[in-house]
Design a protein around this ligand. Structure first.
Ligand SMILES: Cc1ncc(COP(=O)(O)O)c(C=O)c1O
Length: 386
């Protein structure tokens, strides 16, 4: 039995979305900018997809710009807003230490170009404290970018409150909703944000397509030069099959969300409680109440997360660690480090992210095999350290 517990990395494309994409590949080959029948068919398909993506986040279709994915949407939001606001003299940008690299590395790039950047630390809950944000806001802050749900620990930030703080200082607010859209209700108006990033492959759509929602009236400098596609904001011939797939997946996510969220949170809790009670010296990372329903991140004391990942993979179970391997040494997860957890804990933690294919039987299988695997790895590391 193969068990996929890495849905935050990516999800398989839903069959219905894949079929729609196949039809688009075969029949909707026209260039959506062409005035003839073929172009108009392609344009109509993109418009339908735009409406479906807009509906998923409670937005107007005209505010949705298709991009090549979540990374581009985050880059576009941050670079585009920073550049558009440069003339106002606002040169300060704020984010949090638990953001995805798409945001953190964009901040680093802008810092090199003279922008003043603040990266907020967090406590062990993994939540940004509104007072911390309030404390670093200045009148030259141009943009605050805080993610909605975190990819490693699943915590959901109090975006409404944080956005209100940014607005009180005249700054824009961007949120990376790549890990929340399709999992929990996301509504741009309720959140009160100005910019919101999405990615198709995190909710059973294809890879290589995403979207940026830009509130009407918010000015962004485009960062691709070229044609007038996407209302002059994102040049390049549109990815029709990608948009179609993302649109169908968005519609399906909306339909399935209430039932699927309840099912997954029950499975996730079963997994989490099963592990905590059957494997000694384990702890959940981050707040357990404010989380997306499919994610848990667990620290296994005296274990190298990478060894556990490989041992689980050999048993047919796919999970992930937040740590990155750079030049042969294991870098602890930047998310867990930003939460002030010890570097040991940041290196012994595993993310389990559940999704459509998971069943109770699969979860019970993981709970059954884990105690044995962990005990074996711990005994090996005890021998190794003698
Ligand atoms: C929170 C978050 N933001 C952005 C991205 C990047 O999205 P994409 O893979 O579509 O570029 C990811 C994907 O891992 C993510 O988890």
């Amino acid at each position: 039995m193969r068990i996929y517990l890495d849905h935050n990395a990516t999800t398989p494309v839903d069959r219905v979305a894949a079929d729609a994409m196949m039809r688009a590949l075969e029949h909707l080959f026209g260039n959506a900018s062409s005035v003839h029948y073929y172009g108009q068919q392609a344009k109509a398909a993109i418009d339908d997809a735009r409406s479906a993506v807009a509906a998923l986040i409670g937005a107007e279709p005209a505010e949705v710009i298709f991009t090549s994915g979540g990374t581009e949407a985050d880059n576009f939001a941050i670079r585009g807003a920073a550049e558009a606001l440069e003339v106002t003299g606002r040169r300060h940008l704020i984010t949090s230490g638990i953001e995805h690299e798409a945001v953190l590395n964009t901040f680093k790039a802008l810092a090199k170009r003279g922008w003043r950047t603040t990266v907020l630390p967090l406590d062990a809950t993994g939540l940004v404290a509104p007072d911390r944000l309030r404390g670093v806001m200045t009148d030259d802050t141009a943009l605050v970018s805080i993610m909605h749900a975190n990819n490693e620990i699943g915590t959901i930030q109090p975006i409404g409150e944080l956005a209100a703080i940014a607005h009180a200082h005249g700054a824009l607010f961007h949120t990376d909703a790549v890990q929340s859209a399709g999992k929990i209700p996301v509504n741009v108006r309720t959140l009160g944000v100005d910019l919101l990033a999405l990615s198709g492959h995190k909710f059973y759509g294809p890879k290589g397509i995403g979207a940026l929602w830009v509130k009407r009236g918010v000015r962004l400098s485009p960062f691709l030069s070229g044609g007038k596609q996407e209302r002059n904001r994102r040049a390049g011939t549109e990815n029709v099959p990608g948009a179609v797939g993302m649109g169908v997946a968005a519609g399906l996510a909306m339909q399935k969300m209430p039932g699927e969220a309840a099912r997954l949170s029950a499975l996730r809790d079963r997994l989490e409680n099963g592990i905590l009670s059957s494997v000694p010296n384990t702890e959940v990372n981050g707040a357990r109440d404010a989380r997306v329903p499919n994610t848990t991140n667990i620290s296994f004391d005296r274990i190298e997360a990478e060894s556990l990942l490989i041992a689980l993979d050999l048993e047919g179970v796919a999970v992930s660690t937040g740590s990155a391997c750079s030049s042969g040494t294991l870098e602890p997860s930047h998310v867990l480090k930003a939460m002030s957890l010890s570097s040991h804990r940041a290196q012994n933690s595993i993310r389990f992210s559940l999704g459509a294919s998971n069943t109770e039987e699969q979860i019970d299988r993981v709970i059954e095999i884990l105690p044995r695997i962990v005990a074996k790895l711990r005994s090996l590391s005890a021998v190794g350290s003698r």
